[in-house]
Design a protein around this ligand. Structure first.
Ligand code: HAM
Length: 409
């Protein structure tokens, strides 16, 4: 029979990696919980309509990257490609607008996108994300960005660069898209075919192109940042001032675009030069119209998401912390006595392993050594030959005194 492997673009998380991940997740959730964020987890799949309405029909995510399926009763469901629309759905569904604003939520979940796999880009991946709902105060924008900068620095992500921009209001953006479309059509022959095809659907994505001709055209293109309404420009200036006061270095990038349609006003992205082509570690922005678009009351919101795998890639190899073993319980005959010792030691809160591999006594000692165990407890009926592997001493103790003996040393 041929060997089966995990689908392309997916991966198994084996114990050594799981312990590194657990460390990343613990650090991040502690930082967020101290800042008032509470964890939320939504289902792995949602009604497809949530993403077509929330993320946007014209986005690559909705057009090409969703794993959608019929659930057998004619309903279309989709494995969540991102977390913002589901969190806003939950916010509306559970009447969270009645809670004191801003409602601060975070998640640590897996997401699914049918993208072309490469280093740092997978079809199932994990994100740490936050959403702060109910306030349009620029201090909330700055707070979320500062938190992200702190988390990335604490986790040892190197070569970090933060770019920010503002998209203004949906009306400003719509008027700007029209003008940009006109400009692009006037320069159509110099554009890459893929960009030309998307002028009507999503002209802003032309800023994302690597094609030299397109880049030349885009260098002369009108900029949304120059056309912000006064209120939006003031909001953006306030966010930048707060970031500067917090000592968070940032660059204004008027060409910044992100692949989701719900953004308004503040938009930002963290990249790391420790990553290759997929240099985006985290990104986010404001989405002041999304909750209303999903049937809720008008509610401003802002958030971000960071890729766990990209954080791990950009922070280098972490030492793997293997849980220390206090006692290795060995036996030759009398499995039941050994098992009783194992149970008693574990009940006392110790980290204990027992021989389960059918090794010889010599093999068992080797295994205890390999695990870095402090004690080697050879159970022989009612007594135990207890060897302190650290001190190199050995004594015989009564089986009933074993726990006491180990705990006291
Ligand atoms: P996003 O930029 O699509 O934003 O994804 C955020 C992060 O998830 C990326 O910066 C990257 O680290 C990671 N990521 C995305 N796709 C993949 C992939 N195929 N493989 C590995 N990692 C990936 C969002 O998802 C928005 N919901 C963020 C947000 C929250 N905006 C407001 N609130």
């Amino acid at each position: 029979m041929s060997k089966l492997t995990a689908p392309r673009g997916t991966f198994d998380i084996l114990p050594e990696q799981a312990s590194v991940r657990a460390g990343v997740e613990r650090t991040a959730s502690e930082l967020l919980e101290r800042a008032g964020y509470g964890r939320i987890e939504t289902p792995s799949f949602e009604a497809t309509e949530l993403f077509t309405r929330g993320v946007g029909e014209a986005t690559d995510i909705v057009r090409k990257e969703m794993y959608s399926f019929d659930d057998g009763s004619g309903r279309s469901l989709t494995l969540r490609p991102e977390g913002t629309a589901p969190v806003c759905r939950a916010y509306v569904q559970h009447g969270m607008h009645k809670l004191p604003a801003p409602v601060r939520l975070y998640y640590l979940s897996s997401f699914f996108r049918a993208e072309r796999p490469q280093a740092g880009r997978y079809r199932q991946f994990w994100q740490l994300g936050i959403e702060a709902l109910g306030s349009e105060d620029p201090a909330v924008d700055a707070e979320t960005i500062v938190l992200l900068a702190t988390i990335l620095a604490t986790l040892g992500v190197t070569g970090v660069r933060l770019r920010i921009s503002s998209l203004g209001s949906p009306a400003t953006r719509a008027a700007y898209s029209e003008d940009l479309g006109t400009y692009l059509r006037a320069n159509a022959p110099r554009l890459a075919p893929a960009v030309r095809e998307r002028i009507d659907q999503n002209p802003l994505r032309a800023f994302d192109s690597d094609d030299p001709g397109t880049r030349e055209v885009m260098a002369g293109a009108p900029r949304l940042l120059d056309r912000l309404e006064r209120e939006d420009a003031e909001h953006f200036a306030a966010v930048r001032e707060l970031l500067t006061r917090a000592g968070v270095a940032h660059e204004i990038d008027p060409t910044l675009v992100r692949g989701l349609d719900y953004y308004t006003r503040t938009l930002f992205e963290f990249t790391s030069d420790a990553l290759g082509a997929q240099s985006g570690v985290a990104g986010g922005g404001r989405y002041d119209g999304l909750v209303e678009q999903l049937g809720g009351p008008p509610t401003p919101g802002i958030g971000w998401a960071a890729g766990i795998e990209r954080i791990m890639l950009a922070s280098g190899e972490h030492p793997v912390t293997v849980a220390a073993v206090d006692v290795y319980v060995a036996f030759e005959a009398g499995r039941a006595d050994a098992f009783a010792a194992l149970t008693a030691l574990r009940e006392a809160g110790l980290a204990v392993q027992m021989e389960l591999g059918g090794r010889s006594l010599k093999g068992q000692l080797k295994q205890a050594d390999r695990l870095g165990a402090r004690f080697f407890a050879h159970v022989e009926g009612g007594s135990v030959r207890l060897r302190d592997l650290l001190a190199g001493t050995e004594e015989t103790v009564d089986g009933r005194d074993l726990v006491d003996h180990v705990v006291r040393s």
